[in-house]
Write a protein that binds this ligand. Structure first.
Ligand code: SF4
Length: 252
């Protein structure tokens, strides 16, 4: 059974062009230091997070039939649940469109959801470029050598299988369903060059959003003190990469 840790009963922004509700599933396989949802990610915080039963959730959906058009499923990371297809099937049976927010770490689940026509929109977080980075204080000079780490791992706080991330990107691009990629841009994690590299990786693609980091509650308390980039700086990057996408925008 999926564990529901929150429900936003109405949103005009989470599902582009639709009146929707957002359901937050508990648990995530990443530990992005800048994550705003510690209560859905860290086991010690999850324990204190109130739960919503599946029954209450589906009662709510039945009540709102005709008033809401879509349901956004986010987390945490929803694809960690093997029960996700069954959960979505029940939502779709009630006539709702479904948008999935994912970190792209589970292409097998994503493929199943796409093949079984269970999702109508996917938003995938691209956490970083695919390149490597020298660890702090490295002796290895200007070229990547022994001791290199994936920038993706630094951004997510875990060891990431980049092949899975790349597979998810390709699956989504070829799925025929509506989609977006987006990156939360953190001044101490991402450089302008990183974002340009991401754009070159994703292109050609429909939509890519640059989301500025908000220094609020974060998994790593040090990130609360980080000064975000200025909006003008993000706009300058957006101008540089906009030709790679049908739509490329800065989201505050
Ligand atoms: S921001 Fe990172 S840690 Fe937080 S829910 Fe998303 S993938 Fe998980």
């Amino acid at each position: 059974m999926v564990k529901i840790g929150g429900l936003q009963k109405s949103t005009l922004i989470d599902y582009p062009g639709r009146i929707a509700a957002t359901v937050f599933l508990i648990g995530c396989n990443f530990r992005c230091p800048f994550c705003y949802s510690a209560e859905l990610v860290l086991p010690e915080k999850i324990k204190k997070q109130p739960r919503i039963s599946e029954k209450d959730f589906f009662d709510f959906l039945k009540e709102r039939k005709g008033l809401l058009e879509g349901i956004v499923i986010c987390g945490g990371e929803p694809t960690i649940y093997k029960e996700l297809p069954g959960f979505i099937r029940k939502i779709k049976k009630l006539g709702y469109l479904v948008k999935l927010d994912t970190n792209g770490s589970n292409p097998e689940m994503l493929k199943r959801l796409i093949d079984e026509k269970l999702i109508d929109y996917v938003a995938m977080d691209i956490k970083q470029s695919q390149s490597a980075k020298l660890p702090e204080g490295s002796r290895f000079g200007g070229t990547y050598g022994a001791g290199k780490v994936q920038k993706y791992d630094v951004a997510t706080g875990v060891k990431v299988d980049l092949n899975k991330i790349k597979k998810s990107v390709e699956l989504i691009k070829n799925s025929g369903i509506d989609y977006e990629f987006r990156t939360t841009i953190v001044s101490t994690v991402h450089t302008k060059e990183d974002i340009i590299e991401i754009a070159k990786w994703l292109t050609p693609a429909k939509k890519y959003y640059l989301q500025n980091f908000r220094a609020e509650k974060t998994i790593d308390p040090k990130f609360k003190k980080i000064k975000p980039y200025s909006k003008d700086f993000l706009i300058s990057i957006q101008k540089e990469i906009s030709s790679y996408f049908e739509i490329c925008e800065v989201r505050e």
